[in-house]
Write a protein that binds this ligand. Structure first.
Ligand SMILES: [Fe+2]
Length: 926
């Protein structure tokens, strides 16, 4: 340590802000290593930055310091006369993250790189000042320096290895602001961060978190900036050119097919969902770029057009990966822990096994015990040679091969939460009502404004649209109120799927094994605060003058009407599952976010404060969306095969974008106002008052919404003390304008897009984006298996209509209603496929990053005041969790507490790994 002191003039550990006992700072084998731990709520204050200390030491290697022959001086531009600069040495500590697993080819290349590194094909760094050299009018920079000891450290097995490079700098060099890196090896490497030591002003931290490609794959130098945020106009002179250059590299030229090693972010339409080369059955309309099928843009891959349709991009079929910019891919880092990796396992290995094991698509559940058997006995499936990989996945459980020779395994599903506490709750109307406000899709219920409800569809096209609902259907269920009284007193609610489904019904019902109504469900709010479904209207397209196209089903009076009521509720759930998946979950949180992410990478420099704010909320979204295009929302993908709309599923999603989606209404308070679930009330926080006392999603959501909004407002006010800074921030304005005009080009002319011209509008836009990526997505995503894993509770697909007395199948219905009911649900193959996928989508990874957390919490920003404010936000999220816990214990809140009632935890911020039905990750990554 003595040498260390001599080198830097003070104790490195003293100067580090991390106590040596801290779990994130470890002294191991002579090396100090930073673990990028996520700090639990309770411990976060320990790691707070001290305001007096600006730059923490990120990683030091004692060995390397000792090996250094330098006896350099510490200095700064201010401490020595500028006319006679003195040379001195500083060093870069470069943290490289190793792959946990590498294949044979990678190992060979690694060793080859180690050999050639010794003879000069190495990693070369240059350090840039924030200042311009007045003589050359170019940024001041150092000599080129190489990473030392690469060859020597090739065999180190640690997750992270630190390397040293030494620079010679003039005493008037100024503050370091950027580093360029050239990789002369054959193989890419993951650069986590760089710390520059030796300046009297303190260590300077460069967060990198990026793959640096070999120069042969990606010519040119990579540019990394220090963690000090700058608005464009404040960019120090020495960094301006580098800032522009880095963004230009990320934008690319919009041409050619993307290589997997590229890091270019660009736009394209959804023209790769179909596979026309495989026949007409797999042709699908291109979504986006037309008035008929508007859609957000997705990440461009630039693949060749298909052979048979020039407007459709050719497909990349599993298991080949779909292009996303290199830093958006992650599976190499922690294999078998990421949800997407697991999802790939399910899609690529498990589903083919299921299909070949369950020979006929129409194999049905004949008895409820068949459904129960999926959790207790399991399902015998054929396994391929490669399917050992499935055993490594915690969920669903592959309990192993029965006999090696048979290549068979038993797939056993975990018991979904909905039947874990009360096996029969799903049968009850109060639970059906509860799930409308505390289930997996609590965002469609509206206050009923008029009765009977009115369609907005065009009668010229869709025929007579009058509702079949009459007062007599519900009057006797309203505790003595008239219908109008109940409406006036906010006692009636509706989930209305009439207009979204009716235009598609004729085509859906012509599909083999798909049957659907356009449903409307009316709910009465009881004095206990629970919702009671009082009538379900089932509409079909009118097929002739004498055909009854609408019917109303009301709660049961006898055995027959009980089964009718159950079937009607199942059809509502099927409608609900489709809208949930295609509009609320996929479209609103996954697809609509993607253009903002693409634009952020293209237009906001990594040193832009707004990029730093959004960064954790963009993690892995492009990757999961690409995987969805490959296997979930594509022609004949999981969504088409498991949801009632089949091949028309994505057209429904496009129609929802066209007719329903509004960016400004994705604000939680605005969404609640739009649905009439709240009224304006300036005396309340958020400026609104809920009209229903116990609406768990809204109650908990508003707490998180406000915490995000407060954090964002603090952040925005810090960097933009006046609106002119927002208006004149060219990167910010281009980011937003491109996200709207290019990323959402089909809706760019809508008048509702917020104008980004003051603090309020910027806070609102950013809060919506962060809310959608975190809490809104969590509320809609992580309950999918807990509620949908028991298919009778929430069938994603229906195969039979409800029989009427004149129908031929009425006899078989009355003879065996249980069988009729189960045969109307998805087939065994459809159900088990769906269960496997939603199980995986509902799973938290081991390395999940939850709201209020971020990687390297103390060093992500070089502005200590902002880091401090982030910890305050984090503490606020911790408090919200406690409030949610206490609400779930409150016996007066019957929609989240009671005998066998599931607590509402989908917006509880933290979670363990696995399927927990709780936890709010920062970003859309499952
Ligand atoms: Fe999701």
């Amino acid at each position: 340590m003595a040498l260390t002191n001599e080198f830097l003039g003070s104790s490195l550990v003293e100067r580090s802000l991390f106590p040596s006992s801290s779990p994130c700072f470890q002294h191991k084998n002579g090396r100090f290593l930073i673990k990028p731990v996520l700090v639990p709520f309770g411990n976060r204050r320990v790691l707070k930055l001290k305001k007096s200390a600006k730059f923490p030491v990120a990683a030091l290697s004692e060995d390397l310091v000792k090996n250094s022959s330098s006896s350099s001086l510490s200095s700064s531009s201010s401490s020595l006369p500028s006319e006679k600069p003195v040379k001195f040495k500083v060093r870069a500590v470069v943290t490289v993250r190793n792959k946990i697993k590498e294949d044979f080819k990678e190992t060979i290349t690694k060793h080859l790189d180690a050999l050639t590194d010794r003879i000069g094909r190495n990693i070369v760094l240059e350090l840039f000042s924030t200042e311009i050299d007045p003589k050359t009018n170019a940024p001041k920079k150092t000599n080129e320096a190489v990473l030392k000891d690469w060859a020597k450290k090739t065999n180190i097995k640690a997750e992270r290895v630190n390397y040293i490079a030494e620079f010679t700098v003039d005493s008037n060099f100024g503050e370091p602001g950027a580093i360029t890196v050239i990789n002369n090896h054959q193989k890419e490497f993951f650069l986590e961060n760089i710390t520059i030591e030796g300046f009297a002003t303190g260590a300077v931290y460069f967060p990198c978190n990026s793959w640096v490609q070999a120069r042969k794959d990606l010519p040119g130098k990579r540019i990394f900036f220090s963690n000090k945020p700058y608005l464009p106009d404040d960019t120090p002179a020495g960094l301006q050119v580098l800032r522009e250059k880095d963004l230009k590299n990320l934008r690319g030229d919009g041409k050619g097919a993307r290589k997997l090693s590229d890091r270019i972010y660009d736009y394209d339409t959804y023209n790769d969902l179909g596979n026309p080369d495989k026949g007409i059955d797999l042709c699908r309309p291109n979504l986006g770029g037309s008035e008929k099928y508007p859609y957000p843009r997705r990440c461009r891959t630039g693949r060749e057009p298909s052979d048979t349709d020039i407007s459709a991009e050719s497909r990349v079929e599993k298991p080949l990966p779909m292009y996303v910019p290199r830093d958006e891919r992650f599976e190499e880092l922690k294999q078998n822990t990421f949800s997407v990796k697991r999802l790939k396992g399910v899609l690529h290995n498990l589903l083919p096994g299921l299909k070949s094991s369950l020979s006929a698509d129409n194999q049905d559940f004949n008895d409820f015990s068949d459904v129960d058997g999926l959790y207790s006995v399991g399902l015998l499936i054929k396994l391929g040679l490669q399917d050992d990989v499935l055993k490594k996945f915690p969920l669903p459980k592959i309990v192993g091969k029965i006999k090696e020779s048979t290549s068979q395994g038993v797939l056993k599903y975990d018991i979904p939460k909905i039947i874990s506490k009360d096996k029969f709750a799903w049968l009850r109307d109060d639970e059906f009502g509860r799930q409308a406000i505390a289930g997996v899709n609590p965002v469609t219920i509206e206050k009923l404004e008029v009765f009977p409800p009115v369609s907005k569809l065009d009668p010229e096209i869709y025929g007579p649209l009058e509702s079949a609902l009459k007062e007599e259907h519900i009057l006797h269920q309203l505790n003595g109120m008239t219908v109008q009284q109940a409406i006036d007193e906010n006692k009636l609610f509706i989930i209305d799927y009439h207009d979204i489904y009716l235009p598609f019904l004729e085509r859906i019902n012509a599909l083999d094994g798909r049957k659907s109504y356009a449903t409307r469900t009316i709910y009465y709010l009881t004095p206990l605060g629970t919702l009671k479904p009082v009538a379900i209207e089932l509409s079909l397209p009118p097929s002739g003058p004498n055909t009854r196209s609408k019917r109303v089903v009301t709660p049961a009076l006898d055995a027959t009407t009980n089964w009718m009521w159950m079937l009607a509720k199942a059809h509502v759930c099927s409608n609900d599952a489709g809208v949930h998946q295609l509009a609320n979950h996929w479209l609103r949180t996954h697809a609509c976010t993607e253009p903002f992410i693409l634009s952020a990478h293209r237009q906001l420099s990594s040193m832009h404060p707004i990029f730093k704010l959004l960064d954790p909320h963009m993690r892995y979204t492009l990757e999961i969306n690409a995987l969805a295009r490959q296997s979930l929302i594509n022609a004949d993908g999981v969504i088409e095969s498991c949801f009632t709309p089949g091949r028309y599923a994505m057209e429904i999603s496009s129609a929802a974008y066209k007719n329903f989606w509004r960016f400004d209404k994705d604000s939680l308070p605005q969404d609640l106002l739009r649905r009439g679930m709240a009224v304006p009330d300036q005396t309340k926080p958020h400026g609104i008052r809920l009209i229903m006392n116990d609406y768990p999603y809204a109650e908990d959501g508003l707490l998180i919404w406000s915490a995000i909004e407060n954090w964002v407002r603090t952040y925005v006010n810090y960097y933009y003390p006046n609106p002119s800074l927002i208006i004149n921030d060219r990167e910010l304005q281009t980011w937003y304008s491109e996200a709207v005009n290019v990323g959402h080009a089909d809706l760019k002319d809508e008048s509702w897009w917020p104008k980004l011209n003051d603090s309020d509008s910027l806070v609102s836009v950013l809060t919506i984006l962060i809310w959608n990526a975190s809490a809104q997505h969590a509320a809609l995503n992580f309950g999918q298996y807990p509620y949908g894993g028991y298919v009778p509770n929430r069938p994603p697909l229906m195969r039979r209509l409800i029989p009427e007395e004149s129908d031929p199948e009425y006899g078989s219905f009355t003879a065996d209603p249980q069988k009729y009911f189960l045969n109307a649900l998805p087939s065994l193959l459809q159900a088990t496929k769906y269960m496997a996928v939603v199980d995986t989508l509902s799973t938290h990874s081991i390395d999940e990053e939850y709201i209020g957390e971020r990687q390297h919490p103390s060093t992500w920003s070089g502005d200590p005041e902002i880091v401090e404010k982030f910890f305050e936000f984090s503490a606020e999220i911790g408090k919200i969790e406690k409030v949610i816990e206490s609400r779930n214990r409150d016996k007066t809140l019957r929609n989240r507490c009671g005998a066998g009632v599931l607590p509402y935890e989908l917006l509880a911020p933290s979670s363990e790994p696995g399927v927990t039905c709780r936890g709010v990750p920062n970003s859309v990554s499952t």
